[in-house]
Design a protein around this ligand. Structure first.
Ligand code: ZN
Length: 348
């Protein structure tokens, strides 16, 4: 019984509802997507593995005496058992594998992300569970890009930073008075040596050649802090840097092959240099979409979890030219190696 056709498929919600009808078909679907016909042992990575048929043909007893429709494999090399969930973000979860697949699909296909409240209502699970599922999926999204550096010969890297959070409208009166007092000293939106009160500084780096973006929460926007964050993510010496005229980038720019700036203070966002366009508009667009979504979908994002939302937006932006199917299948390939249990997650 194959659950996915051999020809290229276009995965949509109706397709999933048809192919992923129950737990066994959910397992088969994940096996097909993750293993691509070559099952391997997650413990020793050997391919000498065999499927263990349940004694009654369809389900097996768990240690607690319940029946499970889990598809179990055995490795002939290390003699350990495993399933397609072993070592992934789905491992050890009480949520149906079928539900996981649907929620991952929603995360990969909705432009502004999905809210935990929405998943709670749609799938009849608690808010805490929904919140935890979404964060695990974000963790897989984060896992996808960390090893890959941006930049390279001829690549243009746009770097820009923004401040997130601390909207006066949403604060209670006491917090607002404090915030307003600080903002009298620190003009709103001004570029400072550190984020203004109650806001978090975020640095985004966009490789305009590949379309990849990496965002990072930074402690402040001084040259030293930004330099460290840029160096971690970019092959600086071979790439060209585009920024606004913030002083913090001057020293960093000298480590790049070239550094071009646009003067935002004079309302110049695009300029031509030797026939080439210099702009940091890509970053402006990325930030405006990020903020719209954080405001509209997620309402309140705490500072300590912001990096996971950034990973989600980076993933979606970096794969924006791909089809939904491709973005979804790519993520299913990234779910291994990440396991987040509720306790450390909630504790930050
Ligand atoms: Zn093994």
């Amino acid at each position: 019984m194959g659950c996915v056709d051999e020809k290229p498929i276009n995965i949509t919600m109706p397709y999933l509802m048809d192919k992923v009808r129950d737990e066994p078909s959910a397992y088969l679907f994940l096996e097909k997507m993750r293993w691509q016909g070559r099952p391997f042992c997650p413990h020793c990575h050997g391919e000498n593995v065999v499927y263990l048929n349940p004694l009654n043909g369809h389900s097996r007893l768990t240690r607690t005496g319940n029946t499970s429709q889990r598809r179990v494999w055995k490795c002939r090399d290390c003699v350990k058992q495993f399933s397609v969930l072993t070592g992934t973000i789905f491992h050890g979860s009480k949520i149906a594998v079928r539900t996981w697949i649907f929620v991952v699909f929603e995360m990969c296909t909705s432009k502004n992300g999905v809210a935990a409240r929405e998943i709670e209502r749609k799938y009849g699970i608690t808010n805490k569970t929904a919140w935890h599922m979404l964060h695990r999926i974000r963790e897989a999204m984060k896992n996808g890009g960390v090893d890959e550096m941006l930049g390279g010969p001829g690549h243009v890297i746009v770097a820009d930073e923004t401040f997130i959070g601390g909207s006066l409208k949403r604060m209670n009166a006491g917090t607002r008075r404090k915030a307003e007092a600080v903002q009298k000293v620190i003009p709103h939106g001004a570029k400072l040596g550190g984020p203004s009160w109650n806001k978090v500084a975020v640095l985004s780096l966009i490789d305009t050649t590949t379309g990849q973006v990496r965002s990072k929460v930074v402690a402040d926007v001084t040259g030293a802090t930004l330099r460290k964050a840029v160096a971690e993510q970019v092959h600086m010496e071979s790439s060209i840097l585009h920024t606004d005229e913030a002083k913090a980038y001057r020293a960093i720019g000298r480590e790049f092959a070239a550094h071009e700036t646009v003067n935002h203070a004079e309302d110049i966002y695009v300029r031509k240099l030797a026939g080439k366009i210099v702009t940091s508009n890509q970053a402006e667009n990325f930030f405006s979409q990020l903020k719209r979504s954080l405001d509209g979908t997620h309402h309140h994002v705490s500072k300590k979890h912001l990096f996971r939302y950034l990973a989600e937006f980076d993933y979606r932006y970096s794969t924006r030219d791909e089809s939904d199917t491709s973005r979804f299948v790519r993520l299913l390939g990234m779910v291994a190696g990440v396991r987040l249990s509720y306790r450390p997650l909630a504790a930050g």
